[in-house]
Ligand binder design. Structure first.
Ligand SMILES: [Zn+2]
Length: 192
């Protein structure tokens, strides 16, 4: 399928074709479908405010930022969940709640508002995180959620340093009429 569903800030959804540039399907000016449509069992969803944030950060960074994950179907999330449990078992460590979302419940990457991004090689982790916080302020967005502690400091499980960024809470009350399935964790500024 060469279209994705773009979810606007007010929750309306629009079928949108990927923009093809030199044979590559693009979602924004700098990020491709291959980076963010990571679960091909169904049409990918992408939340427009998250895409605006990523593009703003990319332009401010001035260097390539590689995406490692974006939209995931529940089938894909289940594969990642099972792999995580297997990795933990192999290394005899306990799964850390929240490190990988359980596919049985609503999970961030299933909403289209969550993205994982590799840290650019020559950028300190703190600067990378700061770029996202600053960009939220500049774009008048509520502060995004950022996951890094469980990913950037666990090389035994994750070979690459990446951060998770999302605006998943904006899809629910008080931003829309839909009730938030995880009000304790899905709120502005949460960091883990
Ligand atoms: Zn993530």
């Amino acid at each position: 399928m060469n279209t994705f569903t773009l979810i606007k800030k007010d929750g309306t959804q629009i079928k949108t074709p990927y923009t093809v540039v030199d044979g590559v399907e693009m979602i924004t000016g700098h990020f491709s479908r291959a980076e963010f449509d990571t679960g091909h069992e169904k049409n990918a969803l992408f939340f427009e405010p998250s895409l605006l944030l990523l593009e703003h950060v990319r332009i401010k960074a001035g260097v390539p930022i590689e995406g490692s994950s974006g939209f995931r179907s529940s089938i894909k999330q289940k594969l990642i969940w099972n792999q995580y449990l297997a990795d933990c078992k192999a290394q005899k460590i306990k799964p850390i709640p929240g490190t990988v979302a359980n596919p049985e419940k609503p999970f961030p990457h299933g909403t289209g508002a969550a993205f994982d991004l590799f840290r650019p090689e020559n950028m300190a982790l703190a600067n990378f995180i700061y770029l996202f916080r600053g960009s939220c302020r500049e774009l008048n967005l509520p502060l995004c959620r950022i996951g890094w502690k469980d990913y950037a400091n666990q090389p035994q499980i994750y070979r690459h340093s990446f951060i998770h960024v999302d605006l998943v809470f904006m899809l629910y009350t008080p931003y829309t009429e839909i009730s938030n399935p995880h009000p304790t964790y899905w709120k502005a500024g949460v960091e883990w």
